[in-house]
Design a binder for this molecule. Sequence first.
Ligand code: MN
Length: 415
Amino acid sequence: MTRPATGLIRSWVESANAPGCDFPLNNLPYGVFSTTGGAPRCGTAIGDRILDLHGLEQAGLLAFSGDLLTGGWNAFMASGRGEWARLRRTLTALLREGAEEAERLAPHLVAMDEARLHMPFEVREYTDFYASLHHARNVGTMFRGPENALPPNWLHMPIGYNGRASSVVVSGTPVRRPCGQLKAPEAAAPRFGPSQRFDIELEIGAIIGQPSDGPITVAEAFDSIFGYVLLNDWSARDIQAWEYQPLGPFLAKATATTISPWIVTAAALEPFRIDTPPREVPLLDYLLEPGPMLYDIALSVELTPEGGTETVICRTNYREMYYSAAQQLAHHASSGCPMRVGDLLGSGTISGPERDNRGSLLELSWGGKEPIEIAGGSRAFVEDGDELTLRGHAEGPDYRVGFGACAGRLLPARG
Ligand code: MN
């Protein structure tokens, strides 16, 4: 493994060296973009530009067996860890300040604000977890009281459910308020109508880059994760409350799941590895981590009403998770469940100990009873026209590794 950089790696793309830039040369996140009239292609973000990797491969400036000519990163992920490291090494050398190739590469840079970003990979299957202790305690306290907040299994395993890959959309895609069966506690029977308690969940998604067919260790799981995206698991709380027993969430979570367009690689996050918080009870051996496998990533959520100004409604950190993505993946595979390249694992809502660390409106407004104040109004749940934007970055001494925005606007229910 290459030693992580300890400071900003300067690039000849000047905007990449600016303080606070999400995409310095230390990052090199992978996405898929198109420009007017062109087909979607693989690229990497550098400063306020996108380097067209498809173009570089066609021009003979990069040689990766044609993997980057496709409109997604699945084929490249499948090519293995050796190739992951080789591409990162190659791009770092090509984009470094003083690189001889600068002149030949410059025509392959595209202004990010003139490009459209697409799904960076094809989601094979999608699993979502429930792995932040603060979130589980908050939600459990609301639904079952403080004595029974945590289910008896919670401290022993990362609890998850199988979601819908078809629901995953890229940042910027509008989300339609869902309809479903709703039943107020005092009502004798359910009715069918638009969800009145539509919510967000601030999460990080881990992307599986190497397949497995049988149990794997936590260390192997860590090594098979290609990278991470921000993930908003839109959730209809009223549909969920009526449908979830006994098999867990179903349609409440199947409307849409928004991800950020840039895959921030595990390699870029390497300097920001940290341990999971102390265990409240010892874990079974197959879930033990041999080293730090969580990351220090500052996260926030902005809410912007239609025509209004934004309010930051949550600030938290990925380090609050009780289980890392590597533990979740090892648990997932422990039964023999085959895992595939392009599988997406949602972390679960990321909440911290303070009120403004809560990663969902359900928690922020305490079940809708304590609406939060926003610029020009208040919110218990998401209203039509609201845009929700997740942001995240890891902070180095003089640079950051950012995720860009993960945004979606809520459209009114059909009909
Ligand atoms: Mn979730």
